[in-house]
Ligand binder design. Structure first.
Ligand code: GRF
Length: 198
């Protein structure tokens, strides 16, 4: 069994895609041990609760510094024997001590085809605004391992999505989620689970 922790900040539609893939058995040998949000009111925590998954708010604001936050997160996840940390719309930059301790065990979903529209400041709608401003005809999503940089870790999966005439950042964001993110995130977890459960 691959024990995963999903870290979120917002609505949690990617979390939902993972939950749905597990319940429809498209994703097997995986259990969501906990959902961690940095915001107490994130809708993703409600999704966790509705599905009988432990949900908890662990915010950097409650720790004296980044190091203490990273230490707490690492201890919390180690106690739960977490094999994989999935960042699914987690808007906090993870402390270096945490990343070092979980090296090779953290993945992130990013709503563009890396290396386009990624790095510092590219999150949420800003990514899609930038893609439209540049006039790209194809965008997409990327699942990658997390290293000390921002969106610089090894790429696991990517899926392309066409930009359509008249797209707004909102319509493009929705299409990228539906046609790419919600598909490749469970797929990447499945690949990692198959490797571990073999
Ligand atoms: C997604 O677009 C994801 O790629 C990005 O943040 C958004 C999270 O959406 N990292 P949701 O909370 O999963 O609905």
């Amino acid at each position: 069994m691959l024990k995963i922790a999903v870290m979120v900040s917002g609505g949690g539609t990617n979390l939902q895609a993972i939950i749905d893939a597990i319940s429809s058995r498209k994703l097997s040998g995986v259990s969501i041990e906990c959902v961690i949000s940095n915001k107490p009111d994130a809708y993703a925590l409600k999704r966790a609760e509705d599905n009988g998954i432990t949900g908890i708010c662990i915010s950097p604001k409650d720790y004296p510094d980044k190091n203490a936050y990273g230490r707490f997160l690492a201890d919390f996840l180690k106690e739960r024997e977490t094999d994989l940390v999935v960042l699914a719309g987690f808007l906090v930059v993870l402390p270096e001590n945490f990343i070092n301790e979980f090296e090779g065990k953290i993945i992130n979903i990013h709503p563009s085809l890396i290396p386009s529209f990624c790095g510092d400041g590219f999150y949420g709608l800003k990514v899609h605004e930038a893609a439209l401003a540049r006039g790209v005809k194809v965008t997409g999503a990327t699942v990658h391992y997390v290293d000390a940089g921002t969106d610089t870790g090894p790429i696991i999966l990517q899926k392309a999505v066409y930009v359509e005439e008249g797209d707004t950042p909102e319509t493009l964001q929705k299409r990228v989620m539906e046609q790419a993110e919600w598909i490749i995130l469970p797929q990447a977890i499945r690949m990692i689970a198959e490797r571990k459960n073999r």
